[in-house]
Design a protein around this ligand. Structure first.
Ligand code: CP3
Length: 335
């Protein structure tokens, strides 16, 4: 039996599937109580028992149609030898890249460092497939990872109009392509049915740089995922032209941000669409939530659409409103 998301991609429309980016995280009190006792975030991601438990928390609470593995895109730079820590109210903090380590890193050592992630997938996979739910693995896109690796913190407010396409950049991109494929393959072998590629900072680039930093490197990953007969979802956040992205990259699903007009996407893009709703809407009252959610559902009514947000769930979201959102999506019966 197919999962709802597989049906949705194969045009067998029944119900609109729903899951949320950052569904396993800081807005859940049951996550915060584990996090309080586990100060080292990377260690927490690499604790199979706890990361399995955290992955399942939103499924238990809201019965989402898919679980995304509790992990982080920055585990790849970490496994490539760059130290990563997370500071309260600041975000990630990366040490300088050690090019020697990066050049010498072996596939076996990389896989060994990330083995707990693969164990987590194996552990929860059976439970999820019995309930006909998808298990979603993920990676950061090369551009977003490159940015964290070179900038060493979140690039909020930064201006990267003149990001160099020099040998140093190219060498890191080549390494990322290689090791992201290793990480993707290991996640697929462990049992994920979908890979989502997060390009959270694609919107910082100028149009002329998208080919080099976004289309080409993501297409390389998408082609690899296709070869492995697994579904790919791409989230090139805040780019201006999703149609052009889809034409260049050709993923199975395109995940849209909240600044983009969903009607234009519906009318110009021919693949399954995911997401769009502004996560800030979940901070509003039920009436506003219902109206805004219904807008997306009506826009994509009869189309292949996976309900999700236009970015991750915000930490100050009330879980009861997430529950309400799920109820609205599940009870929608068309126009
Ligand atoms: O629920 C899920 O989506 C699964 C787990 C997941 C996390 N991060 C857990 C996490 C996923 C898929 C991510 C992806 C991720 N990580 C992205 C892409 C999506 C996006 O939001 O744009 C990015 C850019 C990162 C890098 C990252 N990790 C940042 C900037 C931060 C700090 C601030 C923040 O956004 O939370 C993290 C830490 C992080 N990753 C937390 C969680 C639950 C919070 C950790 C804490 O308690 O402090």
């Amino acid at each position: 039996m197919n999962t709802l998301i597989q049906n949705c991609i194969n045009k067998k429309l029944s119900k609109t599937p729903i899951w949320l980016m950052r569904q396993a995280g800081r807005y859940l009190p049951e996550f915060r109580s584990i996090r309080k006792k586990n100060q080292d975030f990377i260690k927490l991601c690499l604790n199979t028992k706890l990361s399995s438990e955290i992955t399942m928390q939103p499924i238990t609470r809201f019965d989402f149609d898919a679980a995304i593995i509790f992990s982080d895109i920055l585990l790849v730079p970490y496994a490539l030898g760059q130290q990563v820590s997370f500071e309260k109210n600041f975000g990630p903090n990366l040490q300088k890249i050690n090019l020697k380590t990066l050049n010498e890193i072996k596939k076996e050592d990389f896989l060994k460092k990330l083995d707990p992630v693969y164990k987590t997938i194996k552990k929860i996979k059976t439970k999820l497939s019995v309930n006909n739910k998808d298990t979603i693995g993920f990676v950061g896109a090369p551009w977003t990872l490159l940015l964290y690796m070179l900038n060493r913190k979140s690039p909020k407010g930064a201006n990267f109009n003149v990001f160099p396409k020099d040998k140093h950049t190219n060498d890191i991109m080549v390494k990322l392509d290689k090791f992201l494929k290793i990480h993707i393959e290991a996640q697929i072998k462990s049992g994920v049915s979908i890979i989502q590629i997060f390009d959270s900072w694609a919107g910082l680039l100028q149009e002329k740089d998208l080919e080099y930093f976004v289309y080409k490197p993501i297409k390389s990953l998408v082609d690899f995922i296709k070869q492995k007969k697994t579904v790919s979802i791409c989230f090139p956040r805040n780019i201006n032209n999703y149609k052009k992205f889809v034409e260049n990259v050709n993923p199975d699903v395109i995940s849209i941000d909240y600044n983009t007009d969903p009607t234009i996407i519906r009318d110009t893009v021919d693949i399954t669409v995911q997401g769009g709703l502004d996560p800030k809407i979940l901070l509003q009252n039920k009436e506003i939530i219902r109206n805004e959610v219904t807008k997306y559902l009506k826009t994509f009514d009869g189309k292949r659409y996976i309900f999700n947000l236009g970015h991750g769930v915000l930490p100050n979201t009330n879980p009861n409103m997430v529950k309400y959102l799920v109820d609205v999506v599940r009870s929608f019966n068309g126009k």
